[in-house]
Design a protein around this ligand. Sequence first.
Ligand code: ARG
Length: 460
Amino acid sequence: MAGKAWGGVFREGQDQRVEAFTESVSFDRRLYSHDIEGSVAHAQMLAKVGLLTDEECRQIEQGLTEIRHEIEQGRFEFKTELEDIHMHIERALIERLGDVGRKLHTGRSRNDQVSTDLRMWCREAIDQINERVLHLQTAFVGRCDADADCILPAYTHMRRAQPVLAPHYWLAYCEKFERDRLRLIDCRTRVNVSGLGAAALAGTSLPIDPQDTAKRLQFDSVAANSLDVSGDRDFVVEFAFVLTMIAEHLSGWAEEWILWSTVEFDFLRLPEAFCTGSSIMPQKINPDVLELIRGKTGRVVGNLQALLVLVKGLPLAYNRDLQEDKPRLFDSFDTVRDCLDIAAPLVEGAKLNREAIESRLEHGYLDATTLMEHLIMRGTPQRTAHQTVGALVRKAKDRDVALKELTTKELQEVDENLDDGVLKVLGVKNAVDAFQSYGSTAPQQVKTQVDIWKSKLGLG
Ligand code: ARG
């Protein structure tokens, strides 16, 4: 075990198979930049408290900078026997500086080091996702003016329910993604706590200054309990959950737009640049991008599940199981980032088929509930009004006509008090105009919300 940083106590060499089985550098090399940044801050703190001389600190900073360049230029050699990215960087430093390099790990363990690196990585990843979610919201809000007067059927149980303005749909997605953004921001506050100083699990007898490293690395605070923070991965699970909610929201949207772009619905034309063809059926223009957004949600959900099971039943403090957190987290991040990146141009480029939508808008009795509410306003108890409109829909269905096409005689066969007055709420256009409540699809409400979103997103 002579070559190992931890080899002192061992009498036997390590089985080759163990090296390959336990390594993590194949995936945690992704943390190299954060690891170097963390080590620079750690060295500076060690110099400040007198555990390193200023000259030693300078050499370490210089050495780490050179190692960073080597990695970035692809000249750095990764070897399985050095386990993880932390050992690789430290070993490279020792090869350059000898004993000075051997001092870097003073007052630190890989346990607090990896936790800190990963928190720094999460911080950046959260900011990147946040930015992309904002971009997607901007794409939805960007459609609102052009689609302002387009009425769409809205569904419950996948059955036509009530009419809504197209921007009401677009802003519905903005609201979902806004909750995701708030979750990201909230999650970031728990991510942004420094674990450096916890050392292996109990802290250290050396006179280190964890507040100092935390400040240098822009953490909001230092964890108050070393035993907790050294093995805590709540922040990983939490971020993975927020990513999962984003994936779920994207997946529901993708499903809806796949349906809307079918010949059967014909509500929407997807931009051809974002569709793919069939190798056998020449006519096909397939929504593969949307299908993959929907499909990739499976891996993101799976990653969250894997992480939840990973931390289940782990005793305090660090356990090697925790090394398995990174592949799952990285995959969720990459997947959701890529989905968000490709979703935005799709939202921008899709076109509503106004004619096809309009031609069938009076099918499905989208105005029935508004008629019921009109009767309520005229003094009819809700349950009675519901029955009355139910009977009118029955009559209209039997003749295969819309409610507004019923004759006065037919209206009065159901309720003798009814007359042409009901026409002012019938037909989808009238029905939409009749809405009033806050947050509804009432044109004025939708306009107000569009304006709120525009100013929130800084759109002119
Ligand atoms: N590669 C390890 C991980 O990702 C680093 C921490 C190793 N700590 C230890 N005590 N073996 O979790």
